[in-house]
Design a protein around this ligand. Structure first.
Ligand code: ADE
Length: 237
């Protein structure tokens, strides 16, 4: 039973799926975490792998960029492949001053400029929120001096327009929004539609209001692996 966008067989996906945007990153994560990872779908280059971490099954799949792409894959995973929890692992642009490049952001909820969730409940300003149990598991896994923020993010359609808007950014900062990315509001909406679970764990890759912080490639990899550890803890909680 393939879907229009996934060629895996029934039972190929683990109950928990890590969902980075970049399919190549999905492949790197699969190889890093799971020596037994096998490719289960490659339709349109959206590579998906399943293996085990410490004996527990896990899948990793690339979602592509933006809410239409990520929501489409989340929907097919929840609806047709029996997936119970999706943990997006990705990057965000920092907005709150306290968020530095390299910090981890756990997204309690996602505002959005997209109208995808308005189509779900016409007339309602839908609130896209993470699953509390997954938030708690990720937070419980934070260790030592790891810099982690838990709060709201915003999911935008335009990378080069609304995400960097000079009027909008100070307001988002004022309202305590931690960062911007392009997928979570859609994934959280899909989880709600099917009574499933979702969480987003992000690494701040750039800061939109404070360009003074930058990361070496090595620092980038270290902090990404810190975020990944929290995501796996949530996946297997
Ligand atoms: N993901 C990482 N950085 C971003 C930015 N500046 N805007 C939107 N999404 C992002």
């Amino acid at each position: 039973m393939a879907t229009p966008h996934i060629s895996a067989e029934p039972g190929d996906f683990a109950p928990a799926v890590l969902l980075p945007g970049d399919p190549k990153r999905a492949e790197r994560i699969a190889k890093l975490l799971m020596p037994d990872a096998r490719l289960i779908s490659d339709v349109r280059g959206a590579l998906a792998f399943t293996g085990t971490v410490d004996g527990q099954p896990l899948s990793v799949m690339g979602s592509g960029m933006g809410m239409p792409s990520a929501t489409l894959y989340a929907t097919e995973l929840y609806k047709f492949y029996g997936v119970e929890r999706i943990i997006r692992v990705g990057t965000c642009g920092g907005i709150a001053r306290k968020v530095q490049v390299g910090d981890v952001v756990i997204a309690l909820g996602a505002h959005t400029d997209s109208n995808m969730n308005q189509q779900r409940l016409p007339g309602l300003n839908y609130s896209a929120v993470a699953s509390y149990d997954l938030v708690r598991a990720a937070v419980d896994a934070v260790e030592g001096d790891q810099r982690v923020h838990v709060g709201m993010i915003t999911s935008h359609d335009h990378f080069y327009f609304s995400s960097h808007d000079e009027t909008w950014l100070p307001l988002l900062d004022q309202y305590g929004v931690l960062g911007v990315e392009m997928e979570s509001a859609g994934i959280y909406g899909a989880a709600a539609e099917f009574g499933k679970q979702a969480l987003t764990v992000l690494t701040c890759s750039d800061h939109l209001l404070d360009a003074s912080h930058n990361m070496s490639a090595e620092q980038r990899e270290t902090s990404f692996q810190g975020a990944l550890r929290l995501a796996v803890a949530a996946a297997h909680s």
